[in-house]
Design a protein around this ligand. Sequence first.
Ligand code: ABN
Length: 174
Amino acid sequence: MKLLQHWIDSLAERQVRRAAQFTGRRSALASIGKWMVAGTALPMLPFDRSGSAQAASQVAGDDPMACDYWRNCALDGFLCNCCGGSMSDCPPGAEVSKVTWVGTCHNPKDGKDYLVSYNDCCGKVACGRCLCNFNERERPGYRMGVHNDINWCMANTQTMYHCTVSAIVGVAQG
Ligand code: ABN
């Protein structure tokens, strides 16, 4: 009986030692470290934006009330059309942003490229209707003038974002 107990004890000890070798503090810290390095490196990898570019080139409609109207090619926000305003005028009670971002959109009707200014309308709660998100030729935030994913009411006294209007400010020389 004693012999059997001794055999079981030493078998258990051997198993525990082996398990500790693979799941000890050091090996746990090493694998946590590996995952942390992977977690920080992953977002730095280059990624393919061609999918969104393809979606953006579908902005070619001719209904000014619709998201896919050609002039909205770089518009990210709620269309003021749907919020009591128009394509180029803020709804009553909202004021136009003092700063803006611009996009270049292709008008399929006349084949020309237009410089479009997108202004946010400020001072009322977010409209919440007709959310459009097109990013043709949009650039990351460090090129502020062509970055649309920002509340451009930042320079106004009333900084609350309501909706977005678009205005043609130039035409590309062909
Ligand atoms: N320029 C539209 C907008 C407003 C708030 C947050 C993101 C985008």
